[in-house]
Structure formats: structure tokens, C-alpha cells
Design a protein around this ligand. Sequence first.
Ligand code: CNA
Length: 244
Amino acid sequence: MELLEKARKLIKTSSNIVAFTGAGASTESNIPDFRSSGGLYSGNSKKYKYPPEYMLSHTFFIQHTDLFYDYYKNNMVYRDAKPNACHLSLAELERQGKLKAVVTQNIDGLHQAAGSKTVFELHGSVQRNVCTKCNKKFDLDYIMGSDKIVPHCDECGGIIKPDVVLYEEMLDQDVLYNAISAISKADVLLVIGTSLVVYPAAGLIDYYSGNKMILINKAETPYDGRCEIVINQSAGATLRSLVE
Ligand code: CNA
């Protein structure tokens, strides 16, 4: 049976689908991923003398806060991005009662913008920001609107940190617990737009115990052999065709 047809059938007959998404779910919203050619790791950050992994680390945030924010604001925040067919189709599956949760490595907030309600953001979100001194919360407009490169709290003057999980930092334990719980109970697992090389996030799909894993990713991944169906096509067009 044709792959798309087979995937469509699995989705049609399931009422407990969970989606696990990565940066490839948002490239069609014009947000670059990390590892595609043209992605953030492939050279469009040449302006900086440090590798992106280091500039997105906790150590770098503490030791070079100004450079961190320069890189972060120019490469990780896309305020004009709109949800694409991938985000919208997943939200539609949730509205139909078929999809129970989206577990995402993305930090862009586009699943919620598309209408998804149950979203577990493993790596946090650029939309939330918090003062490192007094814990006051700030939205993205405050961070980007600040005329200084490093945003400071308007009450105590402390440095504000994005609620984004940087390299060297732990994942939020509640988010992790909820994500594992959803994945381990899922009937169909839709894995979309992720190279599956960033741990511990990628390891979460090991908690899926079924045999209906559908992977939609342009490039090969280390998990291809474990999937029932692998579709190496664009996430937006594929999801649209699976859900309509
Ligand atoms: P990655 O390692 O960059 O992999 C992305 C994968 O998506 C690649 O294998 C591509 O082949 C594939 N891909 C790209 N575009 C499409 C498309 N249109 N359709 C289908 N497949 C596509 O990114 P991961 O998510 O695996 O890595 C996890 C990192 C990336 C997390 O820490 C994220 O926070 C981080 N990240 C997030 C964003 C975002 O929030 N939009 C952007 C860039 C990086």
C-alpha cells in the first residue's frame, strides 16, 4: 500500500495520537532549523566566533550575556512567523478528538498559535521570560522592545532570562513527566521534522511502546528503522494531505 495511504488509515482509525515535533515543523514558517543545509548550524552564524551550541549554553549566558542576547535575538526569535499547514493540521486533529498531545522541542510557540491546546514544550518558549533576581515574568515584546541588548527587570534591575532550556540545563521535570506519560500511552506516534539527535528529548520516543510510529522528515534519522512508516517529504504538505 502506498505510504501516505497507509499513514492516513492509521490516523483515521486512531483516537490516541501524539505528535513529537522538532524544528523541521517550523521551517515552512520561515524559521530556520539547526541541521538542514541553510540551518543555523550550517554557517549563517559565521558573524560569531563561537559555535552555536556554545552560544546557546548556560555558561555562555552567564559569562557573555550581551553576546548571548545578540545571537539569540537575531537567530532564535521570529516574531512575524505564522503557523503553517503542519501546525494547523495537528491542531485540527486535536479538535477532532484524535490527537491527545503535541510534545515539541520547538521554542517558537507556533503550535499554540495554530490552536493546539495540549502542548508540552520540552525546551521552553521564547514567549516566556523571567527575571533571574525576583522571578517577575515578562513577555517577548518586553525583551525585544528593550533598547538595550540585555533586558533588565523594570522592578529590581535583575537580568532577564528567556524561559528556554539552554545546553547544560535540565528539562522541566513536570513537562518531561507529562510528555513521557502522553507518549507511553499513545496508539499512533507522529514524529515530525526532527533529526532525533538532541538528547534527552530524542530519547523520549523510546517510551512509545506501540508499532504505529509515523516519521515525517526530509532527511534520514537514526530512528528510521524503528518506524512503521517513514515519509521523507515536507511536513506541511504531508500533514495537510493526511488530515484533510
Ligand atoms: P534539527 O536537528 O535542525 O532537525 C530538523 C530536521 O527537520 C532535519 O532532519 C530536517 O531534514 C527536517 N526538516 C526541515 N524542514 C522540514 C520540512 N519542511 N518538512 C520535513 N522535515 C523537515 O532540529 P531538531 O528539532 O531535531 O533539534 C532540536 C533542537 C532544535 C531543539 O533544541 C530546538 O529548540 C531547536 N530549534 C528550534 C527551533 C524552533 O523553535 N522553531 C528552530 C531552530 C532550532
